[in-house]
Design a protein around this ligand. Sequence first.
Ligand code: GPV
Length: 839
Amino acid sequence: MTSLIPPGCPTVLTEDDRTGTSIETLRRAFMDNLFFIQGRFPEVATKNDYYLALAYTVRDRLLLRWLNSAKTYRDQESRTVCYLSAEFLLGPHLGNNLINLGLYEAVEEAMRQTGLNLKELLDQEEEPGLGNGGLGRLAACYMDSLATLEIPAIGYGIRYEYGIFDQEIRDGWQVEITDKWLRYGNPWEIPRPELILPVKFGGHTYSYTDDQGRYRVIWEPHQVVQGVAYDTPILGYKVNTANLLRLWRAEAVESFDFQAFNTGDYYGAVNQKIASENITKVLYPNDEQLQGKELRLMQEYFFCSCALQDMIRLYKQSGKQDLSRFHEKFTVQLNDTHPAISVAELMRLLVDEHLMPWEQAWDITRQTFAYTNHTLLPEALEKWPLDLFGSLLPRHLQIIYEINRRFLDEVRLQYPGDNDRLRRLSIIDESGCRYVRMAHLAAVGSHAINGVAVLHSELLKQTVLRDFYELTPEKFSNKTNGVTPRRWMVLSNPGLTRLITERIGEDWVKHLDQLRQLEPLAADAEFAAQWRSVKHGNKERLAQYIRDRIGVTVDPHSLFSILVKRIHEYKRQHLCVLKVITLYQMLRDQPHLEMVPQTFIFGGKAAPGYYMAKLIIKFINSVADVINRDPVVRDRLRVVFLPNYNVTLGQRVYPAADLSQQISTAGYEASGTGNMKFALNGALTIGTLDGANVEIREAVGAENFFLFGHTVEQLQELRCNGYRPWEFANGHPMLKRVLDLISSGYFSHGDTELFRPLVEHLWQDDRYCLLADYQSYVDCYQRVLQVYQDQAQWAKMSILNVARMGKFSSDRAIREYCQDIWHVQPVKIVLPATAYMTS
Ligand code: GPV
C-alpha cells in the first residue's frame, strides 16, 4: 500500500472508509460514494457524478475534524470570534480542502489509478459566488486564516440562492446571466432544517408596565419569516481545526397562510410564502454603490437577527442563563456597515426579550462589537430613509433614537454648545431628507474601529469618521488587509510553490515572513532561470485559456500586463485603455517601431445599473477589436477582455502576470487585495500611492515598484485650485490625439456618439483625475518596458517582490485582530483514536 501523505499531516489512527487517507482507502471510499450517494456505476457516471463522489469523500475527512472542533469548543467553553458579513466569496472548495488536508497528491494519484484526472474534476465545481469583490473575498481569506491559526470562529452570512451573476460579453457589452450555483446540489453544506429562528418585520410596537414595575415594549410584527441554517466547514491548513460558516436561508413560517387559505385566498397565501423566500433569493450585485432598496435592508436585518439569536442559543447551551457575560463568550466583527443593524438588534434582544436593564445591555453591546470600515466613497456609505427604516423595523428605530439621545447627551458634556458637532455626529442625518447613518450606528456601538490599510485608516480619521476620532481616539486602529497564501499560492501556483519549497522548505505556507529567505537567491542566475520558466509556463496556460475562450492568440513571450477587479470609475480601467491607445497611436505613426511586445488583459464585472462601468467594458472590447485586427500592429500589441472574472479565473490570472496594474486615484481604494495576490505571485506593480500599494511599495522597496501619479495631498491641492482637466488634455498633444481618436468614432465603426459620455466626462469633470495622471502613467510605463528588456533584472525584482511580501498574509492580519481587538487564544484540536469520538 503506497502512501503519499506528507509528513506532519494529521491522520486518524484507524483506516476506515470515511476518515482514512491512504490511496487505497481513498479509492475505495470514492467508489463507495459513487455507488451509494450518486447511485451510479462507472459506465454511466458523468463527470459531475465523479466530482460529487470525490467531494463527498473529502467532506467525510472534513467532518471528522469539524465535529471534533465543535465538541472541543463546547467542552472548553472557548471564546469565539463571530465574523458577520453579507458576503463570503469563497471560491471552489475541493482543491482548497485537498491542500489544507494535505491530501492533494494522494487524491490525485487515487484518481489516476481510477482512470480519472483530478484537474478535470476540480473544473466541475461551480464556485459559490456569494460576494461582489474584495470585501467578500477578504471574509473568505479571514475564515481560512482563523482556522489555520486554530482560533474558534463562526462566519455568519446569507445563503443566497443566486450569487453574483455570470457575465457574458455580447457585441462587446456585458450581459448578466443568473448564477444558478445550487443547480447540481452543494456537497459542502449541511442543511440544518431543525435549526430555525424567527425573524420579524414591520408592524408596530406598544409599551406597558409589567407587574414588577418594569417598562416593557412589545413588537407586533406584520410579517414573520424563518431563518434556516446551512453549515459549511472551513478547514485550516494542516491542522485539525475546522470552523463553522453558518449561512441563513429565509423561509415562510408555514408553507401556507392557513387563514387566508381557508377563506379562499389561495394566491394570497402562496404569495406570502414567496415574499418570505425572496429575502435570500439573490445577492445585490452592487459593489460600493448603495441601492437603498427595502429588500436589501431586510437581508441585512434577517441574517444579523439569526446570527445574534444563534449566539444567544449557543451561550445558553453551555448552561448559563443570564446573559451578563455574553461579551466574554463572543466577540463580533462587523464587516463594513452591512451588519451594523446588529447593534440595535442585540440591544432589542437583551432589553426586550431578556429583560436586561438598558445600561447593562449597552455595556455588553459595546464590548461585543467591533467595526471595520472598507470605503471612503460617499456613495457607498449606507444610509436608510427614516420612513423606510421605521416601517420595516419600528422597534429598532426607537432603540436607535434612545442610543442616539444618550450618546448626544455625552457629547454635549464634552463639547457644550457645539451644536454643529452634534449634528455631524448624530446617528440620524437631519439635513434634508432624514436618514439613519449606519456607519455612525456601528461606530457608537463598537469598542474598536479600524480601516484596512495605513493610508485608509488615516484618511478615515481625517474625513468620514473625523468627529468620532476626536471623541474617542483610543477606539481607532489600522488592520492592513491580507490574503491567504494557501489559495493564492499553493493551490493556484503549484510551480512557484514547488520551486520555493525546494529552496527554503515548506514553513513559509504558514509563516509567510519566511519568504525572506529567498532574498539571497535573487542574485542566483540558475534560480532566476527556474523562476522565469515557472512564470512562462503559467503564461502559456493562460494564453491557451484565452485562445480557447475568446479565440484571440496572445504570445506568452510578450509582457502580460493585467488589470482585473470590479469595474469602477475610481479604479480607472479607462486610464489603462488611454495608455493602450497611446501605444497603438505610436505604432500607427511609426509602423517599424521596435517595441516590447505587450498583452493587456482586463477582466471584471460592472454593477448592472452602473451605466459608466458598462460603457467602460464596451470601450475595452471595442478598442481590443480594432487593435487585434489591425495588421500594422503585428504581434506587438494585444488587448483581451476576459469574460466572467471570478475567484476561479483569478487563480489562473495572478500566477501568469508580469505586471500588476493598481492605478486607482489616490485616496479612493481603501486597500485592494488583488495587488497583494499579484505581487505574491511574482508580478511587479505599476501603481499609485493608494490603499495598500503604499505598504507594498515600502515592503518590496521603492526600486522594485513602478510608482506614478498624484498623491492624495497633491490631488487635494489640484482640486483646491480648481481642477481644469481640459488644460491637461490641451497641454499634451498625445493625450489630445488619443481623446480625439476616440471621439472620431474610430473604435465605434464611425459612431461618434457611443463613447461621447466617456470622453466628455473626462474632458469636463474628470472626477477621478485620469487626465492629471496620464503623463506620469505613460512615462512610468516607459520605465517598465526598459526594465522588461533586461530579463535578468526583471527576474531579480520579481524574486525580491515575493521575498518581501510576507506581511500581506491574512494570517498576519488575523493575528493583529486577535491581539488588539478580539483578545482570543488558539485552541488545539486533537483527533480521537476512532472516528466517532467515543474514546
Ligand atoms: I464598502 N470593498 C468592496 O469590495 N465592496 C464594498 O462594498 C466595500 C469595499 C473593498 C474595497 O474597495 C477594497 O479597497 C478593499 O481591499 C476590500 O473591500 C477589502 O477591505
